[in-house]
Design a protein around this ligand. Structure first.
Ligand code: HEM
Length: 414
């Protein structure tokens, strides 16, 4: 079913339905306006694991969209009708559908007016390591639609309803689609959750033949992630002022993973040291795939030791580096990343929400760990997980509040 989601289209949808995925899901809302104003308000309706961490939907489709018509009031009405049609048909939940529609800086450039000053969304400028990432594609299309559901058939059927021939969803007929307004220019897919990476690990580029991903791991690198205490709250990532208050800034980057090196050049202890911290490895604090961590990684207790770890253990942990960028002890990024096998290559679509792009840049620059070069830790050494990642795609988006999600002007209330 994961490969059906990756392929997309009506044949893939039929294959999903034959394999047991269902399109009979809980009904949506009779009145879409009763949904939260924040498009990114997912946490209240997400499932939680036994430790109280939210669990993202299992299957994801990301569609890059280019405008094929003027963003005028007729186009705005079509977008509103299409999205509300989906919301009436399918419940706002993981077992139904969660989605966001965000807009790039390039989208806003076509207007004479400038983007409201409370929105920090500069032109995309990828942060790359000095090991020279030569082919990073910057998203210069207009919008990104992110669809997520536990049911693979749902994401496919919604895509078909918005861009294909399907005029009915979950027993509800639809009156509008996005086809007259947007063209799909790129399509990416992902999945996340216990067991899914292990099931999908054979025959992938970048993955060793030994099939090393633990059965229980929700991510390809073999560990749990997204613990409650290391995630920003939805309030923390929400724009506070101006017409886009209740919106958020979304970052999306695609990273290819060198999992052959990750699993074959280092052992479990070194992997824990590079992902969490050397002390986590020494204390065996993580367990096989993170089962020993409840809702917190505890990295805050090792941030002050980071230079000592770099000097004496030749390693700093990814989470250890990034926890230094918390503000008053609270993380500023809400990460919603997923695994991908697009192009038969193992990777991550890293999605995060934050209040401003500057906050994202600060945290992302910390990930480069340039300051650890003085201890001999460049991007090819155990400087977190840098040496196993290749950046391939980079984009940033304003996810407006629901009121302004249909082709907003930069100054929507004027
Ligand atoms: C393949 C790519 C990546 C993998 C496998 C990965 C994995 C992880 C893991 C396992 C943790 C610790 C567990 C947790 O708290 O969730 C973590 C924490 C974190 N990661 Fe990543 N990550 C990746 C890329 C990134 C990127 C691109 C950023 C952007 C700056 C980032 C930012 C963070 C932050 C902010 C934390 C939390 C630190 C804290 O506790 O305050 N990660 N990551």
């Amino acid at each position: 079913m994961r490969s059906a989601v990756a392929t997309g289209g009506t044949v893939a949808l039929a294959a999903c339905l034959e394999n047991g995925s269902s399109l009979e899901v809980p009904d949506g809302v009779p009145e879409p306006l009763s949904l939260p104003e924040r498009q990114h308000a997912w946490n209240d309706v997400l499932e939680t694991d036994r430790d109280g961490n939210v669990e993202p939907p299992s299957h994801h489709v990301f569609l890059n969209l280019s405008l094929s018509s003027d963003p005028d009031s007729a186009a705005r009405e079509s977008v509103t009708a299409a999205l509300q049609g989906v919301e009436r048909a399918i419940e706002w939940s993981s077992s139904g559908l969660l989605f966001t529609l965000g807009y790039t800086p390039a989208y806003f450039d076509r207007f004479d007016a400038t983007l409201d000053e409370a929105v920090d969304l500069p032109a995309p400028d990828p942060i790359v390591t000095l090991s020279a990432e030569s082919d990073v594609t910057v998203d210069t299309t207009d919008a990104l639609l992110h669809l997520g559901s536990d049911e693979p058939a749902v994401v496919l059927a919604v895509e078909e309803a918005l861009f294909g021939d399907r005029t009915e969803l979950n027993g509800h007929s639809l009156s509008a689609s996005l086809e007259s307004v947007f063209e799909r220019t790129d399509r990416r897919t992902g999945f996340v959750g216990r067991g899914l990476p292990a099931e999908r690990q054979s025959g992938l580029d970048g993955m060793p033949e030994s099939e090393p991903v633990p059965e229980e791991a929700p991510f390809f690198m073999g560990f749990r992630s997204g613990f409650r205490e290391s995630q920003a709250t939805e309030d923390r990532v929400t724009i506070q002022e101006g017409p886009f208050a209740d919106g958020s800034i979304q970052h999306f980057e695609t990273l290819e993973l060198e999992l052959d090196a990750w699993f074959e050049e280092s052992d479990h202890e070194q992997r824990v040291a590079q992902l969490f911290s050397p002390e986590h490895a020494e204390r065996n604090a993580v367990g096989e795939y993170g089962e020993r961590l409840g809702s917190s990684t505890g990295v805050e207790s090792v941030v002050d030791d980071i230079h000592e770890h770099a000097r004496e253990r030749n390693t700093v942990g990814h989470a250890q580096k990034l926890a230094r960028e918390r503000e008053n002890g609270e993380p500023v990024l809400l990460r919603r990343d997923v695994n991908t096998t697009d192009g038969n290559r193992c990777g991550v679509h890293f999605v995060s929400l934050q209040r401003t792009m500057s906050e994202f840049r600060r945290v992302r620059e910390a990930m480069l760990g340039e300051e650890f070069r003085q201890h001999g830790l460049g991007p090819r050494q155990s400087n977190g997980i840098l040496r196993y990642l290749r950046l391939r795609h980079w984009g940033s988006y304003l996810v407006p509040p629901r009121t302004h999600r249909a082709l907003p002007r930069p100054d929507p209330e004027r």
